[in-house]
Design a protein around this ligand. Structure first.
Ligand code: LMR
Length: 363
């Protein structure tokens, strides 16, 4: 796993090398497992590599990307940008299929299927990875990051990268941080304006001990439910509420089944783009360079789109008028911050004081 800046430099160099090579000035590395596609060329100097066109070395593979959210989200925009870049740079030799909306795998089974290489990329909400390392609770720590940029700085930095590395024992590689953004609270019972308003309500969470603690601290119950079952759970009253980003609330029409929304931004949905080592190690250099360029493009697009899509979705929710929106004032937010301090008391030692300190220092 490389830091984004390093990846950028590496990929820029790689793509330049590929373009130059495509003009006839270079040769690609050959994978012993791949048949040589280069025609014998008697006119070529004897010192020339076996294949003068790196396009010949690109493995004709199909890559599957699976995720659980709708089309109008930063995750889908990033995945499609990744697909387009890979297919463009490989002249269609590498095919990429993107499966949104849990069409291929849902929250419960996407990780195991990644490990088994039934899918080559997934982009889970980190709250769904907390069983692998408590560091994945970082986006669930109340009011920790002030912006997508602050979260990016942390996950691109050494502490964030160390947390991604914890997945390597499963044969899983963290290839990049993709933000979605701050979460807001929705529910069907009453407007939430103060910590006491949550008492006795039951919330769905994405999962994880910290989110459970957040609700318990506020006197509410919580249960983790997969994303693709959430609309029905809200509609049938299995839970009273949930927390999510504007783009997820709007694109899945949760406002149809949630009377109240409170703009709070207390926790975040943040993703890590994951692949598996079985797939990654099967790629030769020429193929890997193109996939890396796709990852770089997808990451850029997801990062650029996240905030804009949330803003747009917020406006759509206001226009649709199905859910009553309440925006907490600074003073009201301060009350929630105070009420949620016990979450830090309990989880700072578990996640690591150095990790929390690094995250808090990001702007
Ligand atoms: C959720 O389950 O609410 C979100 O994590 C879905 C997602 O991937 O954004």
């Amino acid at each position: 796993m490389l830091k984004m800046k390093k990846i950028s430099t590496l990929l820029l160099t790689s793509v330049l090398t590929l373009s130059l090579a495509a003009c006839g000035s270079g040769g690609g590395s050959k994978d012993a497992a791949q048949p040589s596609a280069a025609p014998a060329n008697s006119a070529a100097p004897t010192s020339a590599p076996a294949s003068s066109n790196p396009q010949d070395d690109i493995q004709p593979i199909t890559i599957k990307i699976s995720h659980v959210v709708a089309e109008n989200t930063p995750k889908q925009k990033g995945a499609v940008a990744m697909k387009d870049e890979i297919e463009k740079l490989s002249n269609g030799k590498i095919k990429v299929q993107v499966f949104p909306n849990s069409q291929l795998f849902g929250d419960k089974d996407e990780y195991q299927n990644l490990v088994a290489n039934n899918v080559q990329f997934i982009i889970p909400d980190m709250a769904k990875l907390v069983g692998n390392d408590p560091g994945f609770n970082i986006p669930s720590m109340p009011f920790l990051f002030n912006s997508d940029k602050a979260a990016e700085g942390f996950w691109d930095g050494p502490k964030g990268q160390e947390i991604f590395k914890k997945l390597e024992k499963d044969g899983v590689l963290g290839m990049g941080f993709w933000p979605n953004g701050p979460k807001q609270i929705t529910n069907n019972k009453r407007p939430i304006k103060a910590p006491e308003d949550l008492k006795g309500l039951k919330f769905r969470t994405q999962g994880g001990q910290v989110l459970e603690k957040v609700y318990a601290t506020l006197g509410a119950g919580s249960v983790s439910i997969p994303f693709n079952e959430l609309y029905t759970a809200l509609q049938q009253g299995t839970v009273d509420g949930e927390e999510n980003t504007f783009s997820n609330i709007e694109s899945k029409k949760f406002d149809e089944v949630q009377k109240y929304t409170t703009v709070m931004g207390h926790t975040r949905v943040d993703y890590v783009l994951l692949t598996n080592t079985k797939f990654w190690n099967s790629l030769n250099d020429a193929t890997k360079k193109i996939v890396e360029a796709g990852i770089k493009k997808g990451t850029e697009v997801a990062r650029t789109e996240a905030n804009a899509l949330n803003e747009k979705a917020y406006q759509t929710l206001k226009d649709r008028k199905k859910t009553e929106i309440y925006v907490l004032s600074k003073d009201e937010i301060a009350k929630f911050r105070d009420a949620l301090k016990p979450v830090y008391d309990e989880y700072t030692p578990i996640i690591g004081e150095d990790v929390i300190k690094d995250a808090m220092s990001r702007e």
